[in-house]
Design a protein around this ligand. Sequence first.
Ligand SMILES: Cc1ncc(COP(=O)(O)O)c(C=O)c1O
Length: 386
Amino acid sequence: MPEERQFPPRSNRRLGSPGPTRLDTVTTMQISTTASTSAVDDTRLSEILANPGFGTHFTDHMFTVEWTPDLGWHDARVTPYGPLTLDPATAVLHYAQETFEGMKAYRHGDGSIWMFRPEENAARMVRSSHRLALPVLEVPDFLAAVESLIRIDQRWVPDPEGEKSLYLRPFMFASEKFLGVRPSQHVTFMVIASPAGAYFKGGVKPITLWLTEEYTRAGRGGMGAAKTGGNYASSLVAQQEAIGQGCDQVVFLDAQEGRYVEELGGMNMYFVYADGSIVTPETGTILEGITRSAIIELAGKLGHDVTERRFSIDEWRDGVASGEIVEVFACGTAAVVTPVGSLKWDGGATPEVTEAGETTMRIRQALVDVQYGRAEDPFGWMHRVV
Ligand SMILES: Cc1ncc(COP(=O)(O)O)c(C=O)c1O
């Protein structure tokens, strides 16, 4: 049997177009493995894991699987990590037809390795791929791909001290050599992994946000809810503006009225009221963060009344000024929960808060403890890999 046919071409549908849907929950993907002969040695690996930073070191292997309309997904393989050779006419380089995910593997105190709600990342990639007219990689196959890489590169998952983890980057892109605006007839899905250090060195510190009133991130019917590179490309100029204003991150408002808070360049937002209730902007044009949805459940369990609704920038400014809003925080896979110290805009700023709020830190701790296996997992979020 030729290698291309190892993986049955059943997942050849694009969401949104009619096609077979796999209902099985178990992968049938056959993954071939070629182990690296130039893996990083143990001494170098301990140096890297002592101070991994973020997104600069990559593990010894990578996962790849290809898709074509006639074969579906095929030729799944784990191979030594290395550069890709792409034809200059490869579609993704011109039309940005791509999606990606961001998730982490955590080592627990007993040495076991776990992922946090990975099926949610898989499901979000299905939704993103739908929006980008890419084929569907079914949830069990996504999980098998990510797990195969974690297993072979398990020595790269750092010890839990200092909130270290192995960051996983699944991504799918238009790999057909073709110039023209139509969905690619050749698609590649890959997973790479990179050890990640603590986001906050020396303790969790509040960040400062810049409100951009010129740039928006997503409009109605646009790609805001999809995790696709174009959204991040379009956020860069606003993020540059934020840095220029002495801020850490940019806040985007809705494109239609310029009135409602959407999210940051890479995190969702939460507002804590003096009475303990919590508000987070509703979904639609924002990325449906997996941390965001976990916090909705977790904060509810901790006794907070959590509401998802449109939340205006005036409510933010007035609420902080009146003392009605007592804490603001952002959340996402990278930093888990990040306190917000102040919001600046052209002509003003909210009062500076220099310490992380109590509710913010309680939620953060509760989440991190589940992720690192230091607390019960009442929602069944953790998924053991090794
Ligand atoms: C634009 C944007 N919003 C929100 C998030 C938070 O999502 P998650 O909690 O799934 O990491 C991210 C992180 O990837 C993001 O890029």
